[in-house]
Design a protein around this ligand. Sequence first.
Ligand code: ATP
Length: 357
Amino acid sequence: MSELHLSNITKSYGSSVALHPLDLTLERGELVTLLGPSGCGKTTLLRIVAGFLAPDTGKIVLGGRDLTRVPARQRDMGMVFQAYSLFPNLTAGENVAFGLDVRRLGGDEKKQRVDELFELIGLPGMQGRYPAQLSGGQQQRIALARALAIRPQVLLLDEPLSALDAQVRLNLRDEIRRVQQETGITTLFVTHDQEEALAISDRVVVMQGGLIAQVGTPAEIYRQPATPFVAEFIGSSSGLSGQVSDPARGAVHVPGLNEPLSVGRPLTGFVAGDPVRIYLRPEELRLSGAEARLPGDLDVLVRQMRFMGAVTRVSVGAGEHELDIDLQGAQAERLHLGAAAALSIPPQAVHVVRDVR
Ligand code: ATP
């Protein structure tokens, strides 16, 4: 059974449309991320779900109950914001207990629930600290515990990690996912960071200009981007423009590239001449010295090499184009700037998207 069901949601601010008609369903216990660039409507949608903002049209149904006109306080949702929103004059424990006081849960039951939550977020014994005595990451853990204290049906997270340093951010990201999985709470998570979205989500909703561009698992979004926008927003890739030359054989022609490319299977739904964008992910291409060239490889020249730790990113000139390849460790040591090399593009590395721009 679906837990949270949004249908035909729209929102405009004056004459500017923030959300076009939009449908989205979250299954029970699922973590779904709203991902997209600044201004695409993520926060607007989250605020509509929370009840802070009324949609112009549409319906919000949670577990069969229509919430569209229910005030935020009565929606049974917990929320964590980007900036630490703890009450500075209350201790961490009092902050977490705040929602329970409002709901008149008292005595031992309250204390036990607060203690359990401090265990859950990995800060046992920190109940007596004031927010000013906690790091940013710890404050966000407390904010998470506070949101969960009322045992909401849905957890809403609005860029909860964006104010934190890189390392704290990664730790807390994994921690949020662990807590979410342990509690099994249906969660909607807003971020503009694609790596974060891929790492944390059951499904990702990629938004663009108030529309949903694609919904899918992280692997689907990464491997089968539905539009040029999704392909360019997620991961890094070299994008090329071309045309379908032989749809039955999966062949595409890229002007300025010496060899045709093949996806290795029929391009269904395409006809010869259809304009397409072709995306090549750096980690899916293979580069070797010119002496190891195999039939079908492209002759390329090494133009740039960037050591990135786990991989070295090599840019090569291929005909009129520049393509990036990631090489593991020692593979890159055999190459140098200006060297002739052989580039192999396996069919499964050729991602073809209809050019809709
Ligand atoms: P960000 O990542 O920058 O927060 P976002 O994807 O969350 O962006 P929204 O904040 O939902 O985007 O904004 C969507 C669109 O609506 C933007 O064009 C924004 O300028 C506009 N907008 C948001 N709030 C208001 C408002 N109160 N009045 C007028 N326009 C608004």
